[in-house]
Design a protein around this ligand. Structure first.
Ligand SMILES: NC(=O)c1ccc[n+]([C@@H]2O[C@H](COP(=O)([O-])OP(=O)(O)OC[C@H]3O[C@@H](n4cnc5c(N)ncnc54)[C@H](OP(=O)(O)O)[C@@H]3O)[C@@H](O)[C@H]2O)c1
Length: 252
């Protein structure tokens, strides 16, 4: 089977690192994201390793998703691994102080966007059958409640349950589904979440040892290349220097 990965959010962070990791192993790549220049740069950087097709895509737009999948050049059509990575958190403040628009943006991207891409590629993945994978980027934020997590954590809980439910329906097709749930990882995530606040980024990742995008890309590559009879349902990955904290109390 020819190996073709379709990666959303390939312009930064985990998605970009995945593109590099899969390219290194000789996979054909379909790389998508909204920032066209970054996609072009990445294509230039990786195309000596193997075939790369790029498409500017906002995953929130179901018609655009469908159009990108339908317009794939023939050599990229038989996708064998979907990395549903595009996503974001916004407004790390108390729920009651957050704009409704920010909640909608997270739901539209992390939930609607992820199901848009999954729906468009399911027939292809089922056609390719055993050994194919859908790898969804969840988060530890989908399990651990914490202040300012409101809708972001809820979207990642959706990703976990959707991944499990997909497995039930795909039983017998050979298509694997995994929810990868990273902990603290140093990407553009916090810059996006804080509206470009470099000081917040530096404070969060400073003085500790966060995961790097390449750490998660390695896990994703591992999951995608396991023998076809193995399905990792969920993989939670944290830095050693991160752990949970206890309950909070409102006191007199
Ligand atoms: N970093 C962490 O600590 C962490 C932990 C757990 C889970 N995650 C999850 O991991 C995934 C990747 O995040 P990251 O940390 O790598 O952040 P990142 O560096 O900000 O990358 C996010 C990617 O998502 C893309 N994206 C955002 N909105 C999009 C849209 N509407 N349509 C298409 N692409 C869109 C961005 O591309 P464009 O802006 O070019 O569209 C970018 O390539 C996300 O789902 C995130 O929730 C991150």
């Amino acid at each position: 089977m020819k190996k073709i990965a379709f990666i959303t959010g390939a312009t930064s962070g985990f998605g970009r690192a995945c593109a590099c990791r899969f390219a290194e192993a000789g996979w054909s790549l379909v790389l998508t994201g909204r920032r066209e220049e970054r996609l072009a740069e990445l294509r230039d950087q990786l195309s000596d390793k193997g075939p790369v097709h790029t498409a500017t895509l906002d995953v929130r737009d179901s018609q655009a998703v469908k159009a990108v999948v339908e317009a794939l050049p023939s050599e990229f059509q038989a996708v064998t691994c979907l990395v549903n990575n595009a996503g974001l958190a916004l407004a790390p403040h108390a729920a009651q102080k957050v704009d409704l628009e920010d909640w909608h943006t997270m739901i539209d991207t992390n939930v609607t966007g992820l199901v848009n891409v999954t729906h468009a590629l399911l027939p292809t993945l089922i056609e390719q059958g055993a050994g194919t994978s859908i790898i969804n980027l969840g988060s530890v934020a989908g399990d651990a409640p914490y202040p300012g997590n409101h809708v972001y954590g809820a979207t990642k809980a959706f990703v976990r349950q959707f991944s499990y439910n997909l497995r039930c329906d795909l039983l017998g097709t050979g298509v694997r589904v995994t929810d990868i749930a990273p902990g603290l990882a140093e990407t553009e995530f916090t810059l996006v979440r804080t509206g470009g606040d470099q000081a917040s980024h530096d404070k969060l990742y400073g003085g500790t040892t966060p995961l790097q995008p390449e750490d998660i890309a390695e896990q994703i590559y591992h999951v995608a290349t396991l023998p076809p009879h193995i399905n990792i349902n969920r993989l939670e990955v944290m830095p050693v220097r991160q752990a949970w904290n206890g309950f909070a109390f409102d006191r007199d």
